[in-house]
Design a binder for this molecule. Structure first.
Ligand code: CO
Ligand code: CO
Ligand code: CO
Length: 316
């Protein structure tokens, strides 16, 4: 039996969703996900926090509760101070504690390049799983964090971002999507994903593909870091942005009023990005109120799900 045919596999890889979901009983399903990457900021403790917030995010995007975690570590033990690794792991652990998730183990290998992340296991009721495939015509689209972390991380690596910018963007990346997830579970929404490597427009493309509806994105409403505009205008755009643009442009139509830097920001791969929630129109105000009450202050409506054009996203 291939995995895809196992009747208990509720969400597998074929739908490009955030995590796998496997049904144990009629009341209980497991959510499983793994994510790890190379450092994006110099401070090892903050890098550890970002990696953990990013790994936990896939469970939150599905409306689940993370339970346990395992560290995945690559580290050059012979050439780098072990204190760096300790700081990374401490950052990860502190985020797990905040997420009320138990670290149960992990695995490390010696490697020339630092890489860190986690495998997370969560739980959910099998009928409450939120995927990226169930948006409905008439829904509003709400984004909970500003965009531009990929562009700014590229500037950080090039030594071009100031301390203030690094702190501001780091604070966003270490923020758990936990409260946003709880708010959307309380209100009841149609679909959700977190915005990560495919960028805003890549993840939105995944939500419309094969579903017979389209989307409108209000370019002027989408939150982003002003520094991302500054760096993108200077041409500092990561390779991943171009890859996303090449692949996903077939589903996107930009109106001529949308400037180039915004197009770059909308394709920009995000690290530990926000949730993109598709919510029935009549519940949108309630969701925004709940998000504000939980201090998810940047959340705004950025678009809507429309019947026409089918399987296209108009950015206006
Ligand atoms: Co995800
Ligand atoms: Co992921
Ligand atoms: Co091992």
């Amino acid at each position: 039996m291939s995995l895809a045919q196992d009747p208990n596999l509720i969400v597998g890889f074929e739908k490009a969703d955030d995590a796998g979901v496997y049904k144990i009983t009629d009341e209980l399903a497991l959510i499983q996900t793994v994510d790890f990457f190379t450092p994006i900021v110099d401070d090892p403790y903050i890098f550890g926090q970002i990696a953990a917030a990013n790994a936990l995010s896939d469970v939150y995007a599905m409306g689940g509760k993370p339970l346990t975690a395992m560290n995945v570590v690559c580290f050059p033990v012979k050439t780098l101070d072990i204190g760096v690794l300790k700081a990374i792991l401490r950052g990860g652990l502190d985020k797990l504690i905040e997420a009320e998730t138990t670290l149960v183990g992990g695995h490390s290998v010696e490697n020339n390049e630092i890489k860190y992340g986690l495998s997370i296991t969560g739980i959910i009721h099998p009928e409450k799983v939120l995927t990226n495939m169930t948006a409905r015509i008439g829904d509003y689209l709400i984004l909970t964090k500003p965009l531009g972390t990929g562009i700014i991380n590229t500037a950080i690596k090039g030594g071009l971002a100031g301390e203030e910018t690094i702190t501001k963007v780091s604070n966003t990346m270490v923020t758990l999507n936990k409260d946003a997830s709880i708010a959307m579970q309380e209100v009841g929404v149609s679909a959700c994903t977190d915005i990560t490597g495919f960028g805003l427009l890549g993840h939105l493309s995944e939500m419309i593909r094969g579903n017979g509806f389209g989307m409108i994105v209000y370019a002027g409403k989408v939150p982003y870091f002003p520094e991302a505009k500054e760096f993108a205008t200077k041409g500092m755009v990561p390779g991943g942005t171009y890859r996303n643009k090449d692949f996903f442009s077939q589903w996107i139509r930009f109106e001529s009023t949308v400037p180039q830097y915004l197009q770059d920001i909308f394709f920009d791969p995000q690290t530990s990005g926000g949730l993109l929630i598709s919510v029935p129109r009549g519940k949108a105000d309630n969701l925004l109120t709940q998000l504000r009450e939980k201090n998810v202050n940047e959340a705004v409506i950025i678009g809507e799900v429309v019947a026409e054009p089918k399987e296209k996203i108009i950015v206006t």
